[in-house]
Design a protein around this ligand. Sequence first.
Ligand code: ZN
Length: 307
Amino acid sequence: MGSEPMLCGGIDIGGTKIEARLFRGAAAETVEVRRIATPKLAFVALLEAIVEQVRWLESLDPAPFPIGLSLAGVIDPETGIGYAANIPVTGYALGRELGQATGRDLPIVNDCMAFAFSEANGGAGDGARSVMGLILGTGVGGGICIDGQLPHRHGGLAVEIGHLGLPAQALARHDLPLFKCGCGREGCMETCVSGTGIANLAEWRLGNRMRAEDLVAAGTDEAAAVLDLWQDLAGDCLYAIQIMLDPDRIVLGGGLSKLPDVIGRLTRSLEAKRMGSVRLPEITLARHGDSSGARGAALTARTEWPT
Ligand SMILES: [Zn+2]
């Protein structure tokens, strides 16, 4: 570990902002942050914005250091062609274009995989061999890290649990309709388990698109019933993760991870669905929060950096 460079940089490319962070030391603590808005329309403008962030990071130290990128989207591992819902990279070879523009290799990792990698390396996943990072935010996304490393992905997908359909048992149990999902399908986990999902459930039950924090603040029986419904459906999502991936630990991130007693709620919900006496994964809160995408990308680049 002593030969690892002291500095590493990460650039997290999201739908609203491109955030560059400089990290220092073996534990990769943030020392500098710079955010700019994500250009929404043109790939050329996006490329320029990312290059600007690379140059800013490079300006912070005269000696070269590793820099990695995380992207809220998919990069095909064979062709390098990108696909994203909210970032104009679809159809473009982002890595190749950035290599030409900057004269350096910049590894790119999916943001949910970066989150899992960050938490598994000096985060809430420390000490666990398999770590599932589950982000409950506007949408639902996940990543998996095994023995401290990201497994190879055939098509560049993360753990796209948000776009798995809710199980028929769950729909029947609550007489739920199929809500439309941003991916174009209906009835995906994300349509009930994410922050948007809670608003869907509130509108369906109460006729009002309330946010999770509004439901908590309302404190009424009706509001509590919507949160309990969310809790039950989130347990179905955790159960799907458990039976397919069987991780040692599930690390939670995203806005809904700030709900009161969220670990207790989700643990109880998963326990109620347990298959036989099978060992349950530990559920815990992320340590690195909003820096996870950039930190995971920076650590990925540090791992690949020639020493
Ligand atoms: Zn979907």
